[in-house]
Design a binder for this molecule. Structure first.
Ligand SMILES: Cc1ncc(COP(=O)(O)O)c(C=O)c1O
Length: 487
């Protein structure tokens, strides 16, 4: 019979065993056991075989990854298994929670080119953007430059800053359409910086935009901030809304030199809902010599009288910024681990392979088909300059009805009801043309579970449908209205 434990021994034993819980399930190394797991990073993924990793409904073709993605089977299975395990034995939630999440953050850091102290698993993009903006010490009269193509996930926290702190938010109008270059973006931001001068403290923009699918030149914009710093001594920091970038592009946050990057875990990264990838620069280097901004963790378990972050004026942030931010109340471990696992899966497939396939292969094919049939001017996405491309393609088949929301809504509904293709439309400001107009392009997402047949299929369906519209056959009202802000 084992010796009886006193209360202190018991607590120590319980604490130790919880901390040393076996790594199965909650730390599920499920990928190693998976038929879809690849050993590499591989040079030439078998995209047809990879399709089998997803449980997407075969009766329709899902091409709205921009709103949300679809978890691979084995990630979904491990997530369900972990949730079951916790429901059956909630004691497994005890233990060294921050160590477990730190381990997960270390794996994410490998995926995204940064160190563990610079990455946090967030609730979603909106969460990261809101906490990035609320943690900065902006004051009345400071100017934040953003663009006229932003999502409410960024606009809402900016509006809060305007209303609560009298920060001035200036929207730089972006070019829309096929014929644009990275210089267009640099020139517009440079003009705005020079006209508002030293009051400009931050630029905040999405890359790619959800309205047109344009990938803004992040590195070149950071270079503009560095040049401004070197020339005038103004420290302007940067926040990227990368909701669509994580899982679509091969990102290296340190090399990009950005201060804050907020991505979704649930869109192109195909992780669970309610997950996001949040990067915070925590080092001064050649990639970005501008001093770090003073930053407060708005949501934190770790912040105390004797544990406040020091002013970051050294070569490196003097504290693990991620450690301040990650622990805040009860985390969703299964979701965090599912996100970590799916990020590892993308790394095994090769993030460069995924970017090439989704953006430069399928995405470019989609744009090419559209140009051949509807002409250059039908595109809202860029098509010429390869660095501005994304796997989102936006266009209108309605040359004379570009601002007609009803007709665009009806097109999206019919494409689903009559042909089985699921896409969305966006409300896209075209203020750069002079008038503050809104137009309603159709948006198609091409991802790693699609192939050339899907591109051809959705093109044929859209061509047929637009001919039916031209013939006036379609007069019904839309049945499946898109919500404007669902990503
Ligand atoms: C550009 C952009 N930013 C932010 C969001 C919000 O993303 P999340 O749901 O991850 O908060 C979306 C999509 O919904 C988006 O398209």
């Amino acid at each position: 019979m084992p010796p009886l434990l006193n209360r202190r021994d018991f607590l120590l034993t319980a604490g130790t065993s919880a901390a040393l819980l076996p790594m199965h399930h909650i730390f599920a190394e499920t990928l190693a056991e998976e038929p879809y797991a690849l050993t590499a990073p591989t040079t030439r993924p078998d995209w047809e075989r990879l399709k089998q990793a997803f449980i997407l409904d075969q009766d329709t073709t899902y091409m709205n990854v921009g709103t949300t993605g679809s978890m691979p089977k084995h990630i979904l299975a491990a997530l369900s298994q972990d949730n079951r395990l916790i429901a059956r034995n909630p004691r497994d939630r005890l233990g060294n929670t921050s160590n477990r999440l730190e381990y997960a953050r270390g794996r994410l850091a490998l995926s995204f080119g940064c160190s563990t102290d610079e990455i946090v698993i967030s609730g979603n993009t909106t969460y990261g953007l809101t906490l990035s903006l609320s943690g900065l010490t902006l004051k009345a009269g400071d100017v934040v430059l953003t663009t006229d193509q932003e999502h409410p996930g960024l606009l809402a926290p900016l509006q809060l800053l305007a209303d609560r702190k009298a920060i001035e938010v200036i929207k730089v109008p972006l070019p829309v359409g096929e014929n644009q270059t990275p210089d267009d973006y640099i020139e517009r931001f440079q003009r705005a910086i020079l006209s508002y001068g030293e009051r400009v403290k931050l630029i905040a923009f999405s890359a790619p935009t959800f309205t047109t699918g344009t990938m803004l030149p992040i590195r070149a914009l950071v270079d503009l901030l560095i040049d401004t710093y070197n020339q005038y001594g103004w420290s302007i920091h940067s926040v990227v809304d990368g909701a669509h970038a994580t899982g679509m592009f091969d990102l290296d946050f340190n090399t990009l030199g950005i201060d804050f990057f907020c991505g979704a875990g649930h869109k192109w990264q195909c992780g669970p809902g309610g997950t996001g990838i949040w990067y915070l620069r925590n080092q001064v280097s050649d990639n970005n010599p501008i001093p770090l901004p003073r930053f407060y963790p708005t949501v934190s378990d770790y912040y105390r009288e004797d544990r406040t972050p020091p002013a970051p004026d050294g070569e490196r942030g003097e504290y693990d910024i991620g450690d301040f931010l990650q622990p805040h109340g009860n985390p969703n471990y299964p979701a965090a681990m599912a996100l970590t696992n799916v990020c590892d899966f993308w790394r095994q497939i090769g993030r460069d392979n995924i970017e090439r396939y989704t953006v430069h292969d399928l995405g470019a094919q989609m744009k090419q088909r559209i140009i051949e049939h509807w002409g250059n001017e039908s595109l809202y996405s860029p098509s010429g300059h390869s660095t501005l491309l994304s796997a989102l393609t936006t266009f209108t088949p309605f040359a004379h009805d570009r601002d007609n929301k009803d007709i665009s809504d009806l097109f999206v509904s019919k494409l689903y009801e009559d042909y089985g293709y699921i896409v969305r439309n966006t409300a896209t400001p075209v203020t750069y043309r002079g008038a503050p107009e809104t137009e309603y392009p159709i948006r198609i997402s091409t991802h790693l579970f699609h192939d050339a047949n899907d591109v051809q299929g959705v093109f044929d369906a859209m061509k047929d449908l637009s001919e039916r519209f031209e013939q006036g056959v379609i007069a019904e009202t839309p049945t499946l209205l898109n919500r404007e802000n669902d990503g």
